[in-house]
Design a protein around this ligand. Structure first.
Ligand SMILES: [Mg+2]
Length: 359
């Protein structure tokens, strides 16, 4: 049985601003700017009480809360804090998988140090983050990534939540469907139309019906509602991957535009792979939206990608709907999981691994 912790900083960007500018503590703060197209990148808990939340247009946020303090983002500072928090994680385990600047999975099945339980390690990490960075994090603990991620959201802010193996199925049966990681607003609406409101409704449907309604995600839903998620915590190490990324001056909303830009980024990355004669078995797409939320999606296969295959696979990872709704400011592609030795390719098996991280 694995021991997985998901750490999620509470209202990260806004909390850093309130930490560094004490005059704004206890006040409604949003990170972003006041432009007509601007969206809220992060909202303090005081602002959330007015109904302000991240990804909301700033104009709407100011309507809800006219006294909202709008602070410009300082990404260099957030990155520094993020690196410092990651250093804390690495003291406990090398298996750290960041989802964004403020979120990461840790596999502490065999920790390098610390108390003898994942829960106590999670508490210790929360304390260390508070001591070193004067910031508050929430932790979720369970035996896989799916449950740990849900757990970290159960008790925010300053949360701690443990889902034990023997509790998982009942917990999931009672969980609102929109709380399932991977169920966005559109999917939730579709589920509601199918009379799926809680985990138990989802669990009542056979696999083939979920697949016919939700495609590949149907398989994922069938498994996770049973507490099954075997995805490993993958630590990305710079030297073990080759990538390229580009940030755009204006956000891209047109799918055709995104595909064309993505194709360029893939070509840049591929030239780097060719230069190093390294071709990976995992392709990862990274997208940053106009509200600065960032997602990565990967696909792995048994033997290294060839050019055309890589291009098709990465294009398929694009979250089409979300792009049209939110707009893209950064595109990145990475190859990793390079073969260690040359082996005869066995039967081909493709598995999908999807991740999503927001503010
Ligand atoms: Mg967070």
């Amino acid at each position: 049985m694995r021991k997985i912790i998901h750490i999620d900083m509470d209202s990260f960007f806004a909390s850093v601003e309130q930490r560094d500018f004490p005059q704004y503590r206890g006040k409604p703060v949003a990170v972003g700017h006041r432009g007509p197209r601007s969206v809220v990148a992060a909202a303090s808990y005081e602002a959330r009480k007015y109904g302000v939340h991240s990804a909301m247009p700033m104009t709407a946020a100011l309507r809800k809360c006219p006294e909202l303090i709008v602070m410009p983002h300082r990404f260099e500072v957030y990155k520094k804090v993020s690196a410092s928090i990651r250093d804390i994680f690495y003291e406990y385990t090398e298996l750290v998988e960041p989802l964004s600047l403020d979120e990461a999975y840790l596999d502490v099945t065999h920790p390098k140090k610390g108390p003898p339980s994942a829960s106590l390690i999670a508490m210790e990490i929360k304390n260390e983050i508070r001591n070193r960075e004067n910031l508050v994090a929430s932790a979720g603990v369970s035996f896989n990534k799916f449950l740990a991620k849900i757990a970290s959201d159960m008790d925010k802010p300053d949360g701690f939540y443990l889902i034990k193996p023997e509790e998982a199925e009942q917990f999931l049966e009672e969980l609102e469907i929109k709380k399932f990681f991977g169920v966005g607003e559109k999917t939730a609406q579709k589920m509601h139309r199918l009379n799926i409101f809680k985990g138990r409704d989802l669990k009542a449907l056979p696999r083939y019906r979920l697949v016919s309604n939700f495609g590949k995600a149907g398989n994922y839903f069938y498994d996770v509602v049973r507490g099954i998620d075997n995805r490993p915590v993958v630590s990305y190490q710079e030297s073990k991957s080759i990538g390229a990324e580009r940030t755009y001056d204006t956000d891209l909303y047109e799918l055709e535009q995104v595909e064309a830009r993505l194709s360029e980024v893939m070509d840049i990355m591929w030239r780097r792979c060719e230069a190093k004669k390294k071709f990976g078995k995992t392709a990862t797409l990274k997208l940053r939206f106009s509200d600065f939320s960032t997602i990565t999606r990967s696909k792995s296969q048994q033997d290294p990608f060839v050019y055309q295959e890589m291009k098709e696979v990465v294009r398929e990872l694009l979250p089409v709907q979300r792009i049209q709704q939110q707009g893209v400011r950064l595109l990145g592609v990475t190859m990793s999981n390079f073969p260690v030795e040359k082996k005869k390719p066995a039967s081909r098996q493709i598995e999908i691994d999807f991740e999503s991280g927001a503010e």
